[in-house]
Unconditional design. Structure first.
Length: 181
């Protein structure tokens, strides 16, 4: 007799301003690599991460790496379709990219929902934390309040360069997505 294995395919969006490190976070997570060299994403790129969640659950995470410049275009409605989770990324060293988080979140919530009408689970990432002395820790309380107000499931400070918190953030988001299955 063979055990029944559960298999899932989850579409997850990665959005946020230009140059915050969306592609770098994905490359670190999926391929364990990092490059200092900046090459802007055009439109959208894709990556697939296979997760052996537990003994009888296999998850295929289809990551949609959406160019920061798409916030000014009108393709996001098409790209967001049928997503079940999202990361919104900002650059912890550039305040303007945090200020834009709200616009990305609103765009997301206006254009995609779960079949039952709820917003898709979304995790906020403050990236490039390797360049910040002390990190965002001094604003921890403020960040918690902000996330609660704006409807983020959680926030993490991350570094694609130093490999900080990326696996943890992904694990958290996948856990949230599974709760909706
Ligand atoms: P768009 O595709 O234009 O939207 O940008 P993006 O968000 O995909 O940014 P990308 O991953 O291309 O990174 C932009 C620049 O930031 C690159 O030079 C990366 O090497 C650098 N970078 C990304 N993540 C980190 C990080 O965690 N720490 C540091 N120090 N640099 C990073
Ligand atoms: Mg990119």
């Amino acid at each position: 007799m063979t055990e029944e294995k559960k298999e899932y395919l989850f579409k997850v969006l990665v959005i946020g301003e230009i140059g915050v490190g969306k592609t770098s976070v994905i490359k670190r997570y999926v391929h364990q690599i990092f490059s200092q060299h900046y090459r802007a994403t055009i439109g959208v790129d894709f990556a697939l991460k296979v997760i052996h969640w537990d003994g009888d659950t296999l998850i295929r995470l289809q990551l949609w790496d959406i160019a920061g410049q798409e916030r000014f275009g009108n393709m996001t409605r098409v790209y967001y379709r049928e997503a079940v989770g999202a990361f919104i990324v900002f650059d912890a060293t550039r305040a303007s990219t945090f200020e834009a988080v709200n616009k990305w979140k609103n765009d997301l919530d206006n254009k995609v929902t779960l079949p039952d009408g709820r917003n898709i689970p979304t995790v906020l990432l403050g990236n490039k934390i390797d360049q910040m002395r002390g990190g965002l820790v001094s604003n921890k309380q403020q960040m918690d309040t902000y996330c609660k107000e704006k409807g983020f499931a959680a926030w993490f400070e991350t570094s694609a360069k130093a490999n900080i918190n990326i696996d943890e953030a992904a694990k958290f988001l996948v856990g949230k997505i599974l709760e909706n299955e």
